[in-house]
Design a protein around this ligand. Structure first.
Ligand SMILES: Cc1cc2nc3c(=O)[nH]c(=O)nc-3n(C[C@H](O)[C@H](O)[C@H](O)COP(=O)(O)OP(=O)(O)OC[C@H]3O[C@@H](n4cnc5c(N)ncnc54)[C@H](O)[C@@H]3O)c2cc1C
Length: 381
């Protein structure tokens, strides 16, 4: 890549970065995307792709290519509380289970086909405002280079050293909320149906299990960390002691399947408010705000926020985008699109992580299964 000057530099090549880059390139902007890791790479995620994701893939005309990746269709949701029976309900739509390694590569390839230039692996180490544009300093191994652009978009996910460098108010907060993912062979799980996602509850944690592609399943949990430094594998053992339904799916393997699996995790996840535009940088996906994973909607919001910002730039393509207008309009539209879903998901997560509220919730749901349907609907568009 010889050029160093672009209309727009996008930092991060996950779903949000790939989607916003693709949409901007479709409108004729020159876009450089900087991604610090080589793909395909795994990353923390339950890998449940909601219907919002599939709708966007459909709009891009890429359903066939997506289905060729072999995702597992998921049509049912089952809540498995510590006490009481499993509560199962139709999702009311088809979702898919697919490893992030495959999904993120698929989207990034689509952006490259659209003309996005990708600098990878390269880490954006700092962003400086220069006149009416930006200079983004990147490091790739021993080499460093700088990129100049009129606009800069942050798509670097839930946490990055850039947050501190940009003086984002939440940077460095210790929330004690950690996420962990394991991939295990789906054949090792007892009694799970291929077309369902199960959520298991336990003390200070909830854990999702669903099948993905290539004969694998994802076990992914969010925990409120306690002071006792328990390892992720030990946390799953604790869950198996507290929740007989979880112990049941692992009974064939006596947990050895988890002992052999690599761990993907992130600590101190901050779910609170963030500025959607920070120092003139437009944030998309998790960099704008992280939704509680319980909703299974983070990738959907990453794609939708990328598309939203891309459309806004498209509307202003011919008149020339005006920073004052865009910096007002983007947060307004972002809030309209996502605030309600974020609030519902946060409320459900609070219930899940509080032992008394969780027990009351499970008791109510077992009395009235239609409440489960309503809870699923609450987190969707
Ligand atoms: C426990 C847990 C489970 C979840 N399960 C689900 C689920 O089942 N379904 C769902 O839809 N969502 C789920 N989510 C949410 C989902 O993972 C995220 O919302 C989604 O990944 C956001 O996409 P993104 O593109 O914003 O960020 P990311 O996917 O994090 O991508 C950011 C990219 O930026 C790169 N990057 C970071 N810093 C730099 C830098 N300085 N320079 C260059 N590159 C950089 C990273 O390498 C990465 O590739 C879950 C979240 C958690 C915490």
């Amino acid at each position: 890549m010889a050029e160093s000057r672009f209309d727009i530099v996008v930092i991060g090549g996950g779903p949000a970065g790939a989607m916003v880059s693709l949409t901007l390139a479709q409108s004729g902007y020159s876009v450089c995307l900087v991604e610090r890791r080589e793909f395909p790479r795994e990353t923390l995620c339950g890998e449940f792709l909601s219907h919002e994701v599939f709708d966007i893939i459909g709009n891009l005309g890429m359903e066939r290519e997506f289905l060729q990746l072999g995702p597992t269709p998921i049509n049912r949701f089952a809540l498995c509380p510590e006490s009481g029976p499993i509560l199962s309900e139709s999702l009311g739509f088809t979702a898919y289970g697919l490893k992030r390694g495959a999904f993120d590569q698929f989207l990034l390839n689509a952006a490259i086909r659209q003309g996005v230039q990708v600098l990878q692996p390269a880490e954006a180490e700092s962003v400086v405002r220069r006149g009416d544009g930006f200079e983004v300093y990147c490091r790739s191994g021993e080499a460093s280079r700088s990129l100049q652009s009129r606009w800069c978009i942050g798509a670097y996910g839930k946490t990055s050293p850039l947050d501190k460098r940009l003086h984002r108010p939440f940077a460095g907060r210790r929330t004690q909320l950690n996420g962990i993912k394991f991939h295990v062979p789906s054949s090792a799980l007892t009694g799970m149906n291929a077309d369902e996602i199960r959520i298991f509850t336990g003390p200070d944690m909830y854990c999702g299990v669903n099948q993905v592609n290539s004969g694998m399943a994802t076990i992914c949990f969010l925990e409120r960390r306690r002071g006792d430094n328990v390892s992720p594998r030990a946390r799953l053992r604790e869950l198996a002691s507290a929740n007989k339904h979880f112990a049941g799916i692992l009974e064939g393997t006596m947990m050895s399947v988890v002992d052999d699996a690599p761990i993907y995790g992130t600590g101190n996840i901050y779910f609170g408010r963030r500025n959607v535009v920070e120092n003139g940088i437009f944030m998309v996906g998790d960099a704008a705000r992280v939704i509680s994973p319980l909703a299974g909607d983070g990738i959907g919001i990453a794609l939708q926020s990328g598309e939203l910002l891309g459309r806004l730039f498209r509307e202003h393509r011919h008149s020339g985008p005006n920073p004052v207008v865009l910096e007002t309009e983007y947060p307004r539209r972002w809030g309209q699109s996502f605030n309600a879903r974020l609030r519902s998901a946060a409320a459900l997560q609070r219930i899940m992580l509080s032992t008394p509220l969780r027990h009351i919730g499970a008791a109510l749901l077992s009395l009235s299964p239609s409440l489960l349907r309503a809870a699923i609907r609450l987190t969707r568009e």
